[in-house]
Design a protein around this ligand. Structure first.
Ligand code: FEO
Length: 405
């Protein structure tokens, strides 16, 4: 069903209730997602963004509820990734006279994905396109999150179409953020930022400053995934700035992979110590918990303790993959430590510490490497290890565990 989001502007995208893996399995979409496309009915009929391949018919059916897709004059593609650009060929097959509009930086991605003979217009920050009663103003947003990314703004509607930015992977029968359960909305917005946008934190802060300096008035933010922010839309912008700045809460994650249960025993003892120190803590076993959930939780946590059994002198494979993910993301303003159990030789703990360092996470205490099954004395040592880490977290907040925001 199409939904009007501003005068003569319609959501005409598709909801993907089934998808559970995204970005080549790098993101677990626990609640599905949507591919949002927006139709502007003006003297020049314009479609902003399209949908994932496989959803072309659904999008074209939505467009046809409002206008004949053959009448589209401009197809604005804010980003070349195929979940938004994958249906460009289907649209331009129906409207071959239409002009494809993308950013100047999109010359590479769009050029390689779509080496077709379509009419093209490449735009940059400050360029505008008059549609009749409405204007499209373009703002390049390179590396948010691809070089080709850009935002489209309609000043007459105070409507920002920022593509991936401010989105959530959340399938819903609703189209607006104020129509869904806030806890679910924010859980997905946090997970989305933590798993996709963290590496671009500095750029996000700069882009928000640029938008503020441009004096853009924003009443609605309509991203390309999930729900549209129409009620207090700047709340998500402000939250992005807080997340980008590395604002954390006095909380710790204990993440581990165990072989015969000993590393799990140590993890639970560490959790006990953190709790004794008065720090909120959460335990995640991998692979039972997927990495998207752990990384999403890490966004607002000050500390992370990573543990593994040793196998062939290395950590187990699932925790290794999680640490690799952290290295790529380089989360901001975190402290960490490593732990684990081994039979002989060991090796997992120093490898985990090296990974934490490489991820930019400050290792604040020597790792805890125990052997075989922890004795009662060693279990008490693990509790003390957790307590000491909890104290380090509290020190970061001046000895308090009150939230910083
Ligand atoms: Fe939703 Fe970068 O694609």
């Amino acid at each position: 069903m199409t939904v009007q989001i501003a005068k003569d502007v319609y959501w005409v995208g598709a909801v993907d209730w089934e998808v559970r893996n995204f970005h080549g399995h790098t993101y677990h979409t626990h609640r599905g997602t949507s591919y949002n496309a927006y139709l502007i009915v003006d003297d020049h009929i314009t479609l902003v963004d399209t949908v994932m391949p496989g959803f072309e018919d659904e999008m074209l059916r939505h467009i046809a509820e409002i206008v004949d897709p053959a009448r589209i004059d401009y197809l604005v593609a804010n980003h070349g990734e195929l979940d938004h650009s994958g249906a460009i060929p289907a649209v331009l097959a129906r409207a071959p006279q239409a002009t494809l509009v993308h950013s100047k930086r999109g010359v590479d991605s769009f050029g390689k994905y779509f080496p077709n003979g379509w009419k093209r217009l490449m735009v940059g920050t400050g360029d505008t396109l008059a549609l009749g009663h409405k204007t499209l103003a373009f703002l390049e947003a390179p590396m948010l999150h691809w070089p080709d990314s850009m935002f489209t703004y309609i000043p007459e509607d105070r409507l920002l179409l920022p593509n991936d930015a401010f989105g959530q992977h959340l399938a819903s029968a609703h189209r607006f953020t104020d129509e869904v359960e806030p806890a679910i909305l924010w859980d997905e917005a946090r997970k989305y930022f933590g798993n996709i946008l963290v590496p671009f934190s500095k750029l996000i802060v700069r882009k928000v400053e640029e938008v503020q300096q441009m004096g853009l008035q924003i009443e609605t933010i309509a991203p390309s995934h999930g729900l549209i922010w129409r009620k207090d839309p700047l709340q998500i912008v402000q939250q992005y700035v807080r997340w980008s700045s590395g604002e954390t809460q006095p909380r710790a994650l204990v993440v581990y992979e165990t072989m015969w249960g000993s590393t799990a025993d140590i993890a639970r003892a560490i959790l006990e110590g953190l709790t004794e120190a008065g720090v909120e803590a959460e335990l995640f076993a991998v692979p039972q918990t997927d990495h998207t959930t752990v990384v999403g939780a890490l966004l607002e946590a000050k500390g992370v303790l990573v543990g593994s059994a040793t196998h062939n002198r290395r950590p187990l494979l699932n925790i290794t993959a999680l640490v690799e993910d952290m290295i790529g993301l380089r989360p901001v303003n975190k402290i960490g430590a490593a732990f684990g159990s081994h039979g002989w030789g060991g090796g997992a703990v120093p490898v985990l510490e090296k990974g934490l360092n490489e991820a930019g996470i400050e290792v604040v205490q020597d790792g805890l490497a125990l052997t075989w099954r922890p004795t009662p004395e060693e279990r008490a040592q693990a509790v003390a290890f957790g307590r000491a880490f909890g104290e380090r977290i509290k020190e970061s907040y001046g000895g308090s565990t009150n939230r910083t925001d």
